[in-house]
Design a protein around this ligand. Sequence first.
Ligand SMILES: [Zn+2]
Ligand SMILES: [Zn+2]
Length: 759
Amino acid sequence: MRARINVKGIVQGVGFRPFIYRIAVEDNLRGYVKNLGDAGVEILLEGPENQIKKFLIGLREKRPPLAQIYEVTVAKLHGEDEHSNFAIHKSSSETEHSGSVVPPDVAICPECLTELRQHSDRRHDYFFITCTNCGPRYTIIEQAPYDRENTTMRDFQMCSFCQGQYADPLDRRFHAQTVACPVCGPKAYLTTNKGEPMDIKDSVREAGKLLAEGHILAVKGYGGFHIATSTTQDKPIVRLRQAKHRSQKPFAIMARELKTARTFAEVSKAEAQLLTSYTRPIVLLNKSPNYPLSSLIAPNLHNVGVMLPYTGLHYMLFDEVDEPAFVMTSANPPNEPIVADNREALKALGTTVDYFLFHDRNIAHRCDDTVLRTHGKRTVFIRRSRGYAPAPILLKKKAERCVVGLGGELNNTSCILQQDKAFISQHIGDVENIETRNFLENTVKHLIHLTNSKIQAIACDLHPKFTTTRLAQEMAQENGWQLFQVQHHYAHVAALMAEHDVEEMIGICCDGYGYGVDGEAWGGEILLCQKDRFGFERVAHLEPQPLVGGDLATRYPLRIAAGILRKRPGIEDWLLQNSRHFPHGEEEVNVVLHQLERRTGTVQTTSCGRVLDALAAVLGICHERTYEGEPAMKLESTAHGGKDILRLKPRTDGGVLDTTQLLMKVFEERQGQSVGDLAYSAHAYLARGLATLAIEKAQENNVKFVGFSGGAACNEILATVMRRITEKEGLRFLVHEVLPSGDGGVSFGQAVAAGFSKN
Ligand SMILES: [Zn+2]
Ligand SMILES: [Zn+2]
């Protein structure tokens, strides 16, 4: 039999052709495999029919971990056999690169890990052991196509041993651009915090020992530096918190292995799968009841961010110590991107750390770790970055135009929409200063180049003052691109609709702040989105509440509580009793009260985040927000395991969910009831109220899908209660599955809103 097989998917730059070569040779088939210009692969096979059938099964079942197959077409050919062996052809169009050729970074594979431990192996104890199936990818590529000379591995001339493997189609390292060994590859070395080299033979294991002794180290990885220290001692964590000016923000940790993670956290089957997957994300795990690690790692939260080692270096750090885990937090100066360059690291981190564990391979593109959590069996992305970016998200339809979305202001990403593929960048961060703005701009340009995109339009937020809005305007003008400004919450819902390929949705969008079409501060919105009516209609929202002092109220949530409870008798006394939680004490409380009375210095907001903040303040859970989402996260942690004791009936007159009665009730009950139950009851009220409104609007408009997006959608209690109520009414309840529900998904929403617009 003779057959031509076309494979579409992520099949270039992922070891796919050598894999095809191997299974074809194993099955005694003749012919060839070659890359196509559209990022697909063509295979010609000659041989017995049953062998070809076996090949087709192996194609799907044994494919390399990075490869994703979307479509396989088989055409039987006539004529005589033409091939006497099987070969890998270099196609003429191969240089015409396309988006699929850039895979994300991949955790060390089982074969490499075995070799790392094998005394007889040339790469025994080699911290940078990789192969076609594993190692850095996106973070080393300077330009397309993905060849060694276009990566930061260019600086390392392969030795004859490595070269031999690189050239052998039957070797696991055939065309592995990262192939290296202790003789020819990158070297790791320890220095003092001033960058003075230390004379140590086994730098990596020595670094592990220093960590266990309570020192703070900067450790260079694939996409940037981590700051690492012990998890069992308070002292270094206190030091680290002081140096980083982070009093409360949780640190991620790296556990020695899955078994060890189970000694301090509860790990479900779904979570174990995520932890051990080749993307090796940080997974937020519920702390075990007898949590033995330092309470300073994730203060007052019910969960802790845990990842497993994902490079040879990480595994070796644990070799000669007993520590169950190390703190491994992204090394980034305040409001700046993760540090990736050795000199930059010395300058930025020298006063924070005691030692540096460097290596001499440059990082082309910084990339933070991915953060996930689960709601039951469902995966919820909090940050989609290493291991995922920039692998495309596949849509069911092709866009009208090629668009780049620049995202919002906080927790930003960018996105390129090219036909039916959306390439979302790694985590960029908060675009509030020049460093992150430059990082965003460079990332966008790099992604446009890597995906060979012919951009026609650029999309950004509606907010006139966002750095990203100005950048979009500049880039639109410079390149003659069409500019689309997309309302923040509509971008969230549009993202959810595109992810699930639905054309109508009642979208519940809850987050902190988004610029509304009326210029007001939105954040607890229910939007009706239908394809035949382009755009959206705001059909319901949370009750607008005053934010006293604007941004100050976001930092000090008692100000929001004061605003919501302003009409309640006796509130003045309560605020004065709590004046220690205002930086300027009683004087400040009096100003707040005065402003509330005169209605000066306040803006109105429908933000869901601010209501959660106010609840956290009233319940005494959090009085100052030191990191984004802190009061709401601590409120959820307090509510974990609680029950709905208030059973408060939502008031939803005129499509506005009453939040004043909720705060009043919680305020009244705050001393007589358990804080956990009250926190849970408040969640239940908001979820019931929003779901009731969404169901009502869905029925009115004959829409079958209710979606939940925005930063608050990663809250498990809100999502679970909403789902239960919505599904009981026979409606489909949709949440994000492959994108963050928070602002990391906004660039994608902007891109699809603009890309599918008829305007
Ligand atoms: Zn490997
Ligand atoms: Zn070598």
